[in-house]
Design a protein around this ligand. Structure first.
Ligand code: C5P
Length: 223
């Protein structure tokens, strides 16, 4: 039988990362943070001085950039870009904006396709992203689409950044989130949309544990 895949797609701030990691831990499955691949290419392009308008150079960069994942001694996930620990840089708004811009280039998405599929290893994979259920793993046996109101997503992001000591305004974050949603949903290639068979879960006002339990109950043999 095919190695099982659980896809968890949705907009930024829907809680995908937190929920996907927790579910993967419960199942003892591998975890793919596909957004980190786009962010890594964006960061590597920045290091190389590549212009975000230079599609050809960005596609080469997508093929050439070394991207590695490992957990540190505390079990915290770290991302290596061309051998350098770039975890903190990847989380910045600049890296997110660069990722969103390059993710709109079809050849960049194609360049990252096989790398994403290579994460499908026994005993199973939890894949977190925008097009996991629609494009990368269309044959996944379980597909989830997480949503949350834009206001709640902005508030979650606001708390995260405030805890890190970054000064931002809630109104500014809400504007950015709405702009990124519109860009991700309206692009010609792999627009953000739920797979037809995806189970939609609205996480607005829901605790992490409750959402994790609801997702786990959808995985065959785990109910
Ligand atoms: O999920 P994350 O915020 O890290 O993703 C950063 C950007 O990468 C998103 O705004 C989106 O444009 C892009 N992305 C994508 N397809 C994915 C994952 C991320 O287009 N599977």
């Amino acid at each position: 039988a095919a190695i099982p895949v659980l896809t968890i797609d949705g907009p930024s701030g829907s809680g995908k990362g937190t929920i996907s990691r927790a579910v993967a831990r419960h199942l003892g499955w591998h975890y793919l943070d596909s957004g980190a691949l786009y962010r890594a290419v964006g960061v590597a392009a920045g290091w190389a001085g590549i212009d975000l308008d230079d599609a050809g150079a960005l596609v080469r960069c997508a093929f050439d950039t070394g991207i590695g994942f490992r957990d540190d001694d505390d079990g915290e996930p770290r991302v290596l870009v061309n051998g350098h620990d770039a975890t903190d840089e990847l989380r910045t708004e600049t890296a997110g904006a660069a990722a969103s811009a390059i993710a709109a280039i079809p050849e960049v998405r194609a360049a990252l396709k096989d790398r994403q599929r290579a994460f499908r290893r026994a005993p199973g994979l939890v894949a977190d992203g925008r097009d996991m259920g629609t494009v990368i793993f269309p044959d996944a046996e379980t597909k989830v689409f997480l949503t949350a109101s834009a206001e709640e997503r902005a508030e979650r992001r606001y708390k995260q950044l405030r805890d890190k000591g970054v000064s931002v305004t809630l109104a500014g974050l809400l504007r950015e989130i709405l702009a990124r949603d519109a860009r991700d949903a309206s692009r010609a290639v792999a627009p953000l949309r739920p797979a037809d068979e995806a189970v939609r879960i609205d996480t607005t006002g829901q605790g992490i544990d409750d959402v994790v339990a609801r997702v786990l109950a959808l995985v065959p043999g785990r109910a």
